[in-house]
Design a protein around this ligand. Structure first.
Ligand SMILES: O=C(O)CCC(=O)C(=O)O
Ligand SMILES: [Fe+2]
Length: 327
């Protein structure tokens, strides 16, 4: 196994303290991070470490259920529900060694919330946390709208989570503990990819490292694997944010959607234990109209953008699977 090539890159850390009075400074910092790295971390965002730890406990209580209980809320193509070892990325052609449970605010969740009989209060806790993360997301949306010359509430309206058909998704993730002794297998955790949403907010747990980024749009479009990675430290109180393909397109490619992964642990110093993380994907309403101020790309609806992203992903995956089969 060859050694991963690492490079130190500055990942901007942005404080949201005194948001209303500092909005112009915060906007400048966010725009700079979005243009140059595509990733940044947030502090002073209003969620306490205790709130985040409580959500991680709730998440663990779900994953601790037996598989036959989790299978009552199976994943479907509305991007909701539970899956295990089923997500295959075009970069790897192999399933991620993980399970995840995707949650939304609206009608897509009908019948897919784990019930109070299994986990009392689960739905209410998740929705409460999601609402808090939405509030933080909306602060960032105001800044990005300003930075691009749109009205302040422009992106907020385009991602309205009070609509029954809202697509915004919180994903609880559990990566399984892996053997530390090499056994000839590669256990991908989250194979390298870019997100196709507007903006992702990610919660990590101290001590459960593995997230890495690889800036460079060229590796994204080819679904290839760039070769120089930067570790993003896991700190429970921080929120790691990354620009998704949607905001990249909406900014006429000014802001960067950055390739990232949770590394398949394989080298000395890698973390092999269970990893829990929580990702919040800001997704557009189906009828939102998407076009950047410079009109670099034709206007599409939110539904079309997502459909195109899924098609592109599917096509790249088929290509990869052919090479995996031929190997
Ligand atoms: O689990 C993580 O830390 C990252 C997950 C991720 O990148 C994703 O689900 O898109
Ligand atoms: Fe991601």
């Amino acid at each position: 196994m060859s050694h991963t090539r690492y490079v130190n890159r500055e990942i901007p850390q942005i404080s949201l303290a005194d948001f209303e009075s500092r909005i112009d400074n915060i906007t400048a910092e966010l725009i700079n991070a979005a243009e140059n790295v595509g990733f940044f971390t947030l502090i002073d965002h209003g969620l306490s470490k205790q709130d985040i730890e409580a959500m991680f406990l709730t998440s663990k209580s779900f994953f601790d259920l037996p598989d036959n209980a989790k299978a009552i809320v199976p994943w479907n193509s509305n991007n909701v529900g539970w899956e295990k070892n089923s997500q295959i990325r075009p970069s790897t052609g192999k399933p991620d060694s993980k399970e995840s449970y995707q949650l939304q605010f609206g009608e897509n969740m009908k019948g897919l919330w784990v019930g109070d009989d299994h986990l009392p209060g689960f739905q209410a806790s998740c929705l409460g946390f999601m609402q808090q993360v939405q509030t933080i997301s909306e602060c960032l949306m105001r800044c990005f709208a300003r930075g691009l010359g749109f009205p302040d509430d422009f992106f907020i309206k385009c991602h309205d989570v009070s609509r029954p058909d809202s697509q915004t998704t919180m994903r609880l993730l559990h990566y399984f503990a892996l053997p530390e002794e090499a056994d000839g297998n590669v256990y991908h955790r989250a194979g390298a990819h870019a997100d196709w949403d507007f903006l992702t907010l990610l919660f990590q747990k101290e001590g459960q490292s593995g997230l890495e980024i690889c800036p460079g749009r060229e590796v994204v479009t080819e679904f290839g694997i760039g070769d120089k990675w930067t570790k993003v430290e896991a700190k429970t109180g921080e929120i790691v944010c990354n620009i998704g393909d949607l905001l990249m397109s909406w900014s006429d490619d000014r802001f960067k959607s950055t390739f990232h992964r949770v590394k398949a642990p394989c080298e000395h110093g890698d973390y092999f234990g269970d990893r829990y993380s929580i990702a919040y994907f800001n997704q557009p309403c189906k009828d939102s109209l998407i076009q950047g101020p410079l009109k670099k790309y034709p206007m599409v609806t939110g539904a079309q953008f997502t459909e195109n992203a899924m098609k592109r992903n599917f096509a790249a995956l088929q290509e990869k699977l052919k090479t995996v089969a031929a190997a």
